[in-house]
Structures are given as C-alpha cells and as structure tokens.
Design a protein around this ligand. Structure first.
Ligand SMILES: Cc1cc2nc3c(=O)[nH]c(=O)nc-3n(C[C@H](O)[C@H](O)[C@H](O)COP(=O)(O)OP(=O)(O)OC[C@H]3O[C@@H](n4cnc5c(N)ncnc54)[C@H](O)[C@@H]3O)c2cc1C
Length: 485
C-alpha cells in the first residue's frame, strides 16, 4: 500500500471539507486535482496497485510504451489543459504520422480525408475504398426522402439507410470500433457523434449535412493537430496528475477497493478492505458495474441504471521488432483499421514508431507496434492464450503488410470490460442516473460511463462532478479529523 504524507494543518484552523474519491483512473485523479485546487481535503482510494486505470505507461524491451490509451483528442480542451496544469505542457506532442490505412477488400487502402466518423461530404473521397456498387449507392443519397431520426438513432442504421451498408461496414464501423470497441448498428448517434446528429436533423441529405459541418469549421482550428500524445506515453498523464495531487496534500491509497457506502448523520461512511473512512462528500469514479454495486443501498434507482451499462473487452498485443526488420517493410502512416466485414481477427494496428516521434527517438534500434483484438459481442477471440493472440496478430500483420519478421519482445494487455457501450438511448439513461444521484447529498459520479469514453470527456465529467461538490457539499465539520476516523 502506498500513501502520501497527510497535509500539514494548523490544529486551530477549521477542518477543510473531506471528500473521498473512489477510483484512481484519469477521472478520479482529475476530480481529486480539481477538489484540491478548491481547498477540499481529498482521499483517493484505488482498488489495484496501480493508478491510471486505462492509462498505463509501460515498457517493452526497455522502451517506454503505452499499454492502454495512447493519445487524446486535442480539439477538446480538457485533456491538454490538465496535462499543462500538471507540468506536461512541454511533453505534449502531436502524432508524427497523420495518415492511416484501411485493410479491406484484400489490401491496404488509404483512409480517406474529409469525413465525419467515416461519413464523407463528397462521395468521391471514398473511391477505392468502396466497390463500384457501393460508390453508386452513395451517389443516390441526395435524391432520397429524409430519414426519420426521432430522439436518437443508431449511427449504423442511419448511415446505412442514407448511404448504403458498405460505408458503414468498411469505414464507420472500424472508426467507431476504434473508439468504443462497439457495434455501429447499436451505438447512439446522439451520444457518439453528436455533431452529425445535430447536422442530420437540420438537413435532409446526410452528404449535405457533412458538407455543412465541414464548411462551418474554423480553418485555423482545422489546421491544428486533432490528437496529442505525451512523450513517454499518455499514461504519464495519470502519473503526473497523481504527483500533483500528492504535492497539493491529497492522500492516495492503493490496493484498497471500496466495499460499501452508507450515508449517516455525520456524513458518508466508506467501507474498504482496509480502514473505514468518513467524509463529507464522495466522488464515484469507478466503472459503472462497480458504481452500481456500491450505490445499491443508497440509490437503488442509480444502481439499476448503472447496472444496464454494458462493457466491451479487448486485448492489445504490443510488439517490438528490430527496426531493420520492420521499418523497410511496413507502409508509411500511423497504421491501419480493419473492418469486421473483412473477417480478420485484429481490428487495428498502430505503428507506434511511425506515429509518435518520441517512440522512434526512445528506441532507435526497435520498431514498436501494437494490434488490438476484441469487439463488443466478439469476446470469444479473447479466450485464446497470449501466445495465440501474438501468433494471430503476426498472421494478420503479415497478410496486410508482408511483414515476416518475428518480434524480439511481445506484451499482451487484456482490458476486460474496458470500454462502456453507448447504445441508442444512452444519454437518457445517463440523465436518469444523474437525476437519482443528485438526490444523494455530496455524492457525484464521473468517468467513461457517462459523457464520453475519451480522456478529455472523462476529465470533463470529473471536473463537473468536483465543481458540483465544491458548490453544494455540506459545510465543513467543526473539528479536524484524519482519514480513517
Ligand atoms: C485499450 C484501451 C485503449 C484506449 N485508448 C484511448 C485513447 O487512445 N484515447 C482516449 O482518449 N481514450 C482511450 N481509451 C478510453 C479511455 O482510456 C478510458 O475511457 C478512460 O481512461 C477511463 O477513465 P476512468 O477514470 O473513467 O476509468 P478507469 O480508467 O476504468 O478507472 C477506474 C478505476 O477505478 C478503480 N476501481 C474499480 N472499482 C473500485 C472500487 N470498488 N474501489 C476503488 N477503486 C475501484 C479501477 O481499478 C480503476 O483504476 C481507451 C480505452 C481502452 C480500454
């Protein structure tokens, strides 16, 4: 167990409010950081021995590498701003390769430019990627009658109706799958691609809606990098936020799963595998399945809503090759996506050494890449042993790129129940959960299950939860008390 020193406090001063944060992923860490900035006393409890959750700065063959999330959207401010606030500004790096491919219809084909989650403004952008019939179907779209969207619709259902299934199967599905490991025919357009949802409601034609979105883009903003990484790995963001939390006097306790929560007259009672705690407030930053169990007594309605959030599992196979073996063979670009319809096992490969300058510099003799395996509803692939996942990755990589070399090191990272699914109606579900949670004084929820799975969205939900606690939490209690009383 690891914990930082308790903050120095003048015994005569009134005690600060004490908030317990449950979960040490990026959401819990960001919430703790925000609370401390407002003078709140914080204890963060993490079930495992490692902070960061889905962020994990690891190593392969002595080289730093992300074993979980590896980049963050830079077009949203919250992730980059948090990185800057904890001193990582100089380490933020845009990807060095911005082109990618799609492995479909028997070969690698350039990922088209100028699309919104796979939906083009100009059908010509998909030439080469779609069959002639697929392209012809796309061209019919402006003449089709408007599609009824209602309050929400699955991205795949809507795009297939407007543009034909081929666009969904070859482009929308692998792009959405890259973010959610989900199924395009289930994922909510309102939750997952809100800009498309909004535009589609005001245009009869989807192609026209996307052109409208594209023409409304600020050219300066459009020229800025879409994604940012962190030198050494985006996982370092979690480590840096944790350092900042400790430096501000926050207490971080590892290997301490929370087992139960109860609200009493003197505040929240938090039962753990170690010492019990009391607090004025609680931020629940654990995944939905854990939050559901913990809230079952105090808010059966919130617990029931959280229990309906399904998760997809996946595995990442990270490999280090000798640079001389892989570099001349692998194509340019940051890697490739694989549409499920093409019947391969891997769903994507990221060429880390091409994508991130810091990776190339940190391991000049190596070529690092990773494959990902596993989508919602296709978890049977993950029953295989690690060695089989490596073999199947090598087979697919070889078929796609001609790579025949064996890696010098491999690392399989399994993310069981790693990504929450956002099916049609997700935003209503979240609103119902939040409504139930709002009845619990001093308790808020945050993290990937609510407003977006990406790092900036998780940070935003954490900051919102912290701000609400700061604004509404019960007044400080009269006497200073250490965590654990
Ligand atoms: C393989 C993978 C790759 C990804 N790649 C990207 C990417 O490149 N860019 C991007 O923006 N997003 C990416 N994502 C999504 C993003 O990383 C996650 O959605 C986000 O990090 C989730 O953060 P979180 O804090 O909500 O949850 P988590 O990271 O899941 O953290 C929750 C924490 O709560 C702890 N916990 C659970 N139960 C308890 C309990 N009872 N008591 C105490 N602690 C508990 C867990 O151990 C965990 O540490 C990726 C996700 C995965 C799985």
């Amino acid at each position: 167990m690891e914990s930082s020193r308790a903050p120095h406090r003048d015994p005569a001063a009134p005690a600060a409010r004490h908030v317990v944060v449950i979960g040490g992923g990026i959401a819990g860490l960001a919430a703790a950081h925000r609370l401390l900035g407002a003078g709140v006393r914080v204890t963060l409890l993490e079930a495992t021995a490692r902070l960061g959750g889905k962020l994990w700065a690891g190593e392969i063959e002595g080289a730093p590498v992300d074993l979980g999330a590896e980049s963050m959207l830079a077009r949203r401010p919250e992730g980059v701003a948090l990185a800057e606030a904890v001193g990582l500004g100089p380490r933020l790096q845009p990807p060095t390769a911005t082109t990618a491919s799609v492995w479909t219809r028997g070969r690698l084909r350039p990922m088209p430019r100028g699309h919104v989650m796979g939906v083009p403004g100009d059908p010509a952008a998909l030439a080469g990627l779609l069959s002639e019939e697929g392209l012809a179907r796309l061209a019919e779209e402006p003449g089709l009658p408007p599609t009824e969207i209602g309050d929400d619709i699955a991205v795949g259902a809507y795009v297939a109706e407007r543009l034909g299934r081929e666009v969904v199967d070859r482009l929308v599905e692998p792009l959405l799958g890259g973010v959610y490991a989900g199924d395009a025919y289930r994922i909510s357009m309102k939750a997952a691609v809100p800009q498309l949802f909004g535009a589609a409601r005001t245009h009869g034609s989807l192609l026209a809606a996307v052109r409208g979105l594209q023409s409304g883009q600020d050219p300066l903003a459009a020229a800025r990098p879409v994604f940012a990484g962190v030198e050494g790995g985006v996982g370092r963001l979690a480590d840096a936020v944790a350092d900042a939390v400790r430096a501000a006097g926050g207490e971080i306790v590892l290997e301490t799963p929370v087992l139960g929560l109860a609200r009493r007259a003197d505040g929240w009672h938090i039962r753990t595998t170690g010492r019990p705690l009391t607090a004025d407030g609680v931020i629940m930053a654990a995944p939905a399945w854990a939050a559901s169990v913990l809230l079952a007594d105090e808010s059966p309605a919130a617990a029931a809503g959280l229990a309906t959030v399904e998760y997809a599992s996946m595995a990442l196979v990270t490999m280090a090759f000798r640079r001389a073996d892989a570099d001349p063979v692998l194509p340019d670009g940051s890697g490739f996506l694989v549409p499920p319809v093409d019947g391969r096992t891997i769903k994507a490969s990221t060429f880390s050494t091409r994508k991130w300058g810091w990776t190339a510099d940190a391991a000049p003799g190596l070529f690092l890449l990773r494959t990902s395996i596993g989508r919602y509803g296709e978890e049977e692939q993950l029953q295989r042993e690690d060695a089989e996942l490596v073999d199947v990755s090598l087979r697919d990589l070889g078929a796609a790129t001609g790579l025949t070399a064996r890696p010098v090191a491999t690392e399989v990272t399994r993310w069981t129940d790693g990504l929450p699914q956002y099916p049609v109606g997700h935003l209503d579900r979240v609103a119902r959960i939040r409504e139930a949670v709002a009845k619990l004084p001093g308790l808020r929820v945050c993290g990937a299950a609510y407003d977006g799975v990406g790092i900036p969205a998780c940070v935003a939900s954490a900051q919102r939860a912290a701000d609400e606690i700061i604004a509404t939490s019960t007044p400080a209690r009269g006497t200073a008390r250490g965590a654990g009383e």
